[in-house]
Structure formats: C-alpha cells, structure tokens
Design a protein around this ligand. Structure first.
Ligand code: RB5
Length: 153
C-alpha cells in the first residue's frame, strides 16, 4: 500500500449520493477522509463546497481533496479559481494517475452522472498511490500559478 494520505471530500447535491461510498472506499485503502459536506441531498451551490475543500487542502500541507458534482465540471472550475489548487477533472485510471505524475494535482474531481463505481475506485486508487514526478514537470506546474497571477511566464 502507498503512504497514508489525508483527503477532504465535498460534493453538491448531484454528487451527494456517492459521498458515503467514496468515503468508505478511501478508508478501505487505509487513508484518512474528512467530510466537508453537504449533510443532505438538498440543493446547494457547488462553488461553496469547492471553496471549502480547496481551503482545507491548502491549510494542511500534503493533504488532498475529492470533489464530486453532476459532471465534475463546475466543481473543478470553481476549485481551480483558488490559487495553489490544481483540481483535475478525471474520467479514468490514466487521467487520475497522470494528473498526479505530471500536474501535481491536489484535488481529484469527477461527475456522479458520468462515471460508475468501478471507474471511481480505479481513479481513487491511482490518484492516491501516485507521486508527482517533479523534474521537467515542476517548472510547468509553477507556471500554472504564474497564469493565475498574470505573471510574465
Ligand atoms: C447540478 O444540477 C449540476 O449543474 C452540477 O452538479 C454540476 O454538474 C455542474 O457542473
């Protein structure tokens, strides 16, 4: 098993039904998971939960996030507005693995209406067990922050 990691999880109403399942799976893998809500399937706005998760991840070095909405698109867009967050909308094992290796992603996003449980397990396993490669990718990842601040990259 890979090193124990800490995950924060949040969803909107369209990702809520999967939350309990995903939490159990992360625990089964031997990692820690903290639920940032919501606490029911009532309608909520995904940017509110993206922000909550992004801030928690930034506040604790080495921690990661999982964000789920209907498509994974809106919640990843919102999280990526927070400087320091690299939220990756993934669809399979390959994208979940490569976004850790090359992009040093710190939040895994997916859509409850898009992927099934088998693919979700595969993505979480890949994301949690893959380390950033650094090297030639480190400068590119640094330039992502440059984009956010309008720096001359
Ligand atoms: C909610 O209906 C839906 O718009 C949301 O979960 C997400 O898919 C947005 O990107």
């Amino acid at each position: 098993m890979s090193m124990k990691k800490k995950f924060y999880i949040a969803t909107d109403h369209a990702g809520y039904a999967l939350k309990a399942y995903v939490k159990d799976f992360v625990l089964e893998l031997g990692h820690e998971i903290v639920d940032l809500g919501p606490d029911s399937a009532d309608r909520v706005d995904y940017p509110d939960f993206a922000k909550k998760c992004a801030e928690a991840v930034l506040a604790e070095e080495g921690s990661f996030g999982i964000l789920i909405c209907g498509t994974g698109i809106g919640i990843s867009m919102a999280a990526n507005k927070v400087p320091g967050i690299r939220a990756a909308l993934c669809h399979d094992h390959y994208t979940a693995k490569l976004t850790r290796q090359h992009n040093d992603a710190n939040i895994l996003c997916f859509g409850e209406r898009v992927v099934g449980k088998g693919v979700i397990e595969d993505m979480i396993e890949a994301f949690a067990s893959t380390e950033f490669e650094g090297g030639r990718h480190a400068g590119r990842v640094a330039k992502i922050e440059g984009c956010a601040f309008g720096a001359d990259i």
